[in-house]
Design a protein around this ligand. Structure first.
Ligand code: ZN
Length: 56
């Protein structure tokens, strides 16, 4: 069974929401490029929801 973290992020510029997920990963200072406006922002500071999904 794999545990996948799924985060819901909100872009600090355009305020659009997007999903960000993966297998056990460390956030640290990771950045993500917004899929809507293209700016990159810090993942950790823009999480609005966090969920764990379990897949078999
Ligand atoms: Zn954006």
């Amino acid at each position: 069974m794999k545990v996948t973290r799924l985060l819901l992020l909100r872009c600090p510029k355009c305020k659009n929401k997007m999903k960000y997920g993966g297998r056990t990963f460390l956030l640290g200072n990771k950045r993500k490029a917004c899929v809507y406006c293209g700016i990159s922002f810090k993942v950790k500071e823009n999480i609005i929801e966090e969920a764990e999904q379990q897949k078999q």
